[in-house]
Design a protein around this ligand. Structure first.
Ligand SMILES: [Zn+2]
Length: 147
């Protein structure tokens, strides 16, 4: 009795998610990265900025979001832990620069809630693990070529 109930619930959940997936993830969440314009997908490592005027903007990867951090209008930033999909304070995250995995623009950048997880991921898919400060510096160094 209990088992058949679980089976019923499982098949219900599977059919519901199959039914709902196209409408929710494609129609409602047809968002694009606020910098490069790449479509945001379920795999995107989101990065969110909040501005002085109260508005927010979502980016499809930490690389795009960190680039926009230079704006004096930014008051706070959140990035996604790529593994758990949870948002966290961008300053507390660890960044993986130039890894093989990514769903926005190249070079691919991801972010993690711990240095340990970023390093584990880098062992499999490559990339350079950076702290927030190092990540900000890496972005400005590459784009402005300051000497
Ligand atoms: Zn982007």
């Amino acid at each position: 009795m209990k088992l058949s109930y679980i089976k019923l619930m499982a098949s219900f959940l599977i059919s519901t998610s199959l039914f709902m997936a196209p409408t929710i993830s494609l129609a409602e969440k047809a968002e694009i990265c606020g910098l490069c314009g790449t479509e945001i997908t379920a795999g995107s490592n989101l990065f969110e900025l909040q501005f002085k005027d109260g508005s927010t903007q979502t980016y499809g990867c930490p690389a795009c979001g960190l680039t926009m951090m230079k704006s004096p209008e930014v008051i706070s930033a959140k990035t996604m832990d790529f593994l758990s999909r949870k948002m966290l304070d961008a300053k507390k995250a660890y960044y993986l620069k130039d890894t093989d995995v990514g769903y926005c623009c190249e070079p691919h950048w991801l972010s993690f809630d711990s240095k340990e997880n970023a390093e584990k991921f880098a062992k499999g898919f490559g990339g350079e693990v950076l702290s927030y400060q190092q990540a900000i510096q890496a972005k400005s160094f590459h784009e402005e070529h300051t000497h």
